[in-house]
Design a protein around this ligand. Sequence first.
Ligand code: UTP
Length: 296
Amino acid sequence: MREIRKAVLPVAGWGTRFLPATKAMPKEMLPIIDKPIIQFIVEALIEVNITDIVFVTGRHKRAIENHFDYSPELEEHLKKNGKEKLLKEVRDIANLINPIYIRQKEQLGLGHAVLTAEPAVGNEPFLVALGDIILENEKEELQRMLKLFRRFGNSIVALMEVPREEISKYGIAKVREIEENVYVIEDLIEKPSPEEAPSNLAIVGRYTFTPTIFEKLKITKPGKGGEIQLTDAMKLLLQDEVIYAYKVENKVYDTGNPTDYLKTVIEFALKREDTKEAVISVLKEIFEDEKVRNLT
Ligand code: UTP
């Protein structure tokens, strides 16, 4: 019962901050250079032995389904042109997982998206990973979370420190530290003002849940923004079960809005050997431009 095999990836949001790019494609399919955001997450999930990935999809279901499926015409084309490396890459993506697709008929919020996955998850613990967040060394962070789950058998939440001015963008936790960087959650508040916030520890978008969360989601009333919030269901869960948390040690990349997405793309490009030098030279060129200097 303590081994987690299933992960839920909610990818049904409107992605309004990314319109018009997200009109026909979920924001989780936006590329970080040449790989969609969602693929980074899926690869890390596989590395920690998650076998079943439940995508909670919306009306852009097809782009995700096609991405994790075989593509005979494309494969034939690559084969004919001797592009063996690319051929292997596109094949490997399809071989990565056993995907399960569930449609969230109405975008009623993240909590509702997780509840929609219940028929595929059943009565067992599962992981939730938000598709618009990438963690550096994701495998290591997921391993830490799963280790804590094996130890406690309770729901686990990843937290990160955020600057005061960003507190109101996140779900914030009130915690009691039980050992270095490991906590018991005492309370949770969705998007508080800095004055209301009990700490600067924000929910990252990586969770492990006991199936009790489904019972709580069923009785969660719409909260901030009129949406069924996962944080509110977790508050209800706190009445019955202890929720543990840990602070992530690696960098968290938000890709859910254009500015942070752009920053993520540049940082990833600077980390990749094949793009690093070109990006540095482009950035230099831009900043040496008189007109740009006058803008800053
Ligand atoms: P966000 O609030 O970041 O996504 O939800 P959004 O609503 O698509 O973005 P904006 O605010 O309109 O720009 C966090 C995650 O939950 C999913 C999103 O796809 C995202 O991965 N989500 C959100 C759902 O699957 N269903 C929902 O009803 C809401």
